[in-house]
Design a protein around this ligand. Structure first.
Ligand SMILES: Cc1cc2nc3c(=O)[nH]c(=O)nc-3n(C[C@H](O)[C@H](O)[C@H](O)COP(=O)(O)OP(=O)(O)OC[C@H]3O[C@@H](n4cnc5c(N)ncnc54)[C@H](O)[C@@H]3O)c2cc1C
Ligand code: SF4
Length: 327
């Protein structure tokens, strides 16, 4: 690992200035992904800027419109929160499914959303693939068992963040610090696929800081479920995951959020299925027929065709569960 400068500012503006000075700096949150990338020789930062002293990034704030979770809040703090266990079951299930207790104790929500992909070609410094500025995607015609079946374009990573899938289904928003301004956007617009820029997975530009994640009251008023298929029972990334949120008012489904993880370079929001469900009575929902054809646009690669069936099955299971839990 090469030497680097370390800064620990207490203000957002200072942190952003450090990161924008052109020296190729990175935000250091829990370091569970960043430091691994440094050790593997995938990145060689000259500067690390810790955001652990920026107070508003470290708090959970319940307010009139919902809950605001600072990006430096750890995954353990979310998974163990008694209030969130009641109001945000899917997020608690998603964060609780990540890695190990030791990792969850230091890994942050912001870091989980901004972590880099797990594609083994990307993680191996000997493969100079498209995502690292090279000329080709080695997964095409290579080892593609865990790769994308949707939205691949030129790079077939799957977004590794379980919290991202849950937050997309909860219609969360993210607050970003950019050039002395604060912008708030839907989290679904935070993630970007390779068709926008193959070298990154979100809209953040040098100097941008993800401050916090906002979840509205409406999403917490319904039921939510997160299901994750893994190869190993112990810690493992999702090969497929599904997050669902349903709110019923006067016996009619008034709000739905559905997102699938492990299938695309971004958490994959199922807009059409969401719209079909809104306005229906719970007892009229025929899950199997509604879900059939949802993944018609999928393009399987050599070894990842199994994901199609798995995604369909997990989607039906998640919908069954969330409808059974809602009233
Ligand atoms: C063994 C193992 C198993 C894992 N299993 C899973 C799993 O099952 N599911 C899953 O979702 N994840 C899994 N992970 C990934 C893990 O969750 C991430 O490494 C972790 O969440 C990253 O958080 P961090 O705070 O350590 O981020 P860091 O490593 O500090 O940062 C990660 C990236 O995000 C950037 N960043 C961090 N915070 C901000 C911010 N506020 N604004 C802008 N950029 C920022 C950093 O610059 C860096 O590029 C696993 C990791 C390991 C090591
Ligand atoms: S899927 Fe993306 S990260 Fe993996 S080899 Fe292809 S271009 Fe690189």
């Amino acid at each position: 690992m090469k030497g680097f400068t370390f800064k620990e500012p207490s203000e957002l503006e200072q942190a952003s200035d450090f990161l924008r000075d052109g020296s190729g700096g990175y935000i250091l949150a829990g370091g569970t992904d960043l430091v691994t990338e440094m050790k593997q020789g995938i990145i060689e930062p000259h500067l690390l800027v810790s955001t652990s002293q920026i107070k508003e990034m470290c708090n959970i704030e319940w307010n009139q419109s919902g809950v605001k979770i600072g990006s430096m809040v750890t995954l353990s703090d979310i998974a163990n929160s008694e209030s969130m266990k009641i109001k945000l079951k899917s997020l608690v299930q998603a964060t609780g499914s990540i890695a190990t207790p030791q990792i969850r104790n230091i890994a942050t929500l912001g870091g989980n959303l901004c972590q880099r992909p797990r594609c083994w070609y990307y993680r191996n410094s000997r493969f100079d693939c498209l995502k690292k500025g090279g000329a080709k995607c080695f997964a095409v015609g290579g080892s593609d068992k865990y790769h994308a079946i949707l939205g691949g374009h030129s790079c077939y990573i799957v977004h590794p963040s379980d919290s991202g899938t849950a937050l997309v289904a909860l219609n969360a928003k993210v607050e970003i610090y950019r050039k002395s301004q604060r912008i708030i956007i839907p989290i679904v617009d935070f993630f970007t696929g390779p068709e926008i820029d193959v070298t990154r997975e979100n809209i953040l530009e040098p100097g941008d800081i993800l401050i916090s994640i906002h979840i509205p009251n409406e999403s917490m008023a319904g039921s939510s479920v997160f299901l994750k298929a893994k190869e190993r029972k112990s810690m493992d990334f999702a090969i497929v995951s599904v997050a669902s949120m349903v709110k019923i008012e006067n016996e009619i489904i008034s709000q739905v959020g559905l997102a699938v993880g492990g299938v695309a370079p971004v958490p994959w929001k199922l807009n059409t299925l969401e719209s079909k469900l809104v306005g229906m009575k719970k007892e009229d929902v025929d899950i199997e027929s509604l879900c059939s054809g949802v993944f018609n646009d999928a393009k399987v690669m050599g070894q990842n065709g199994y994901k199609l069936h798995l995604a369909q099955t997990y989607l039906e299971r998640a919908l069954n569960l969330v409808l059974a839990n809602s009233n």
